[in-house]
Design a protein around this ligand. Structure first.
Ligand SMILES: Cc1cc2nc3c(=O)[nH]c(=O)nc-3n(C[C@H](O)[C@H](O)[C@H](O)COP(=O)(O)O)c2cc1C
Length: 227
């Protein structure tokens, strides 16, 4: 059976997306498209549905220049149309009795008591193992991926940016370190360079079929060329 056209469209967007290192600084992304990209972030799933993020949008030349410096002089920060810093809350916000968890949990059927029945054990585990902020930061990458794919579908280029000095980014964007960690940054715009070739392993080399009764030749022998 052929996959539905909309599934093909998602893969197509993923295939055309590439890490854009230099944008055309003269071209701006229009407001409707900017909003569509942010909407893809908003619709992203998060652990326990907590939506731990804040999408901080920087558009002015001054902010982009300062982010460029905070990101080890990566040109795509200052040539972008806009930059989104995906910030996530610090550890204290995720305690089961915190105002943040109360407010998020209150939206779900059964409210806080039902939510905490599920959440408490995992929270205790994360805390005991020093994993809370790692867990929170990981959520940001889901929004990142969805925003980049949505942007690509709209013909907008992007590049995930992990190379940044966190304190400096927070200070440029006015984020209080008591409350926020920076998960990842992503500049968006229209390319001002030639796109690079996509280099990926074949499915056969990165997928392990753990069930022996699966006919792996059907799934893995015809690896699709990308682009
Ligand atoms: C989480 C993450 C962080 C990244 N950080 C940077 C970065 O700081 N600077 C950069 O030039 N590229 C960065 N990249 C881009 C990757 O190098 C790039 O996605 C990878 O080489 C694959 O190439 P493609 O995206 O063009 O397919 C990052 C990518 C990801 C997913």
């Amino acid at each position: 059976m052929e996959p539905p056209a909309r599934a093909e469209a998602v893969l197509e967007a993923m295939a055309v997306r590439y890490a854009c290192k230099l944008f055309d600084a003269e071209r701006k992304v229009d407001d409707g498209t900017l909003r569509l990209i942010l909407e893809a972030g908003r619709l992203s799933p998060s652990s326990f549905g907590l939506e731990p993020w804040l999408f901080v949008v920087a558009e002015s030349a001054e902010l982009k220049e300062r982010l460029f410096t905070a990101c080890f002089d990566q040109e795509n920060l200052r040539t972008a149309s806009f930059v989104v810093a995906i910030a996530v809350r610090t550890e204290r916000h995720y305690a089961p009795d915190s105002p943040f968890v109360r407010s998020r949990a209150g939206r779900f059927p059964g409210g806080l008591p039902v939510f905490v029945q599920d959440y408490q054990g995992y929270w205790d585990y994360l805390r005991a193992n020093g994993l809370v902020e790692h867990w929170a930061r990981a959520q940001g990458y889901i929004a990142l991926a969805n925003m980049m794919t949505a942007a690509a579908a709209a013909g907008v280029d992007s590049c995930a940016i992990e190379g940044y000095r966190e304190d400096e980014v927070r200070s440029v964007l006015g984020l209080d370190p008591q409350d926020w960690r920076v998960s990842v940054l992503v500049p968006f715009g229209y390319r001002g360079e030639t796109e690079r070739e996509k280099i990926r392993e074949s499915l056969g080399s990165i997928v392990l079929l753990a069930d022996n009764d699966r006919n792996d030749s059907r799934l893995l022998t015809s690896s699709q060329p990308i682009n």
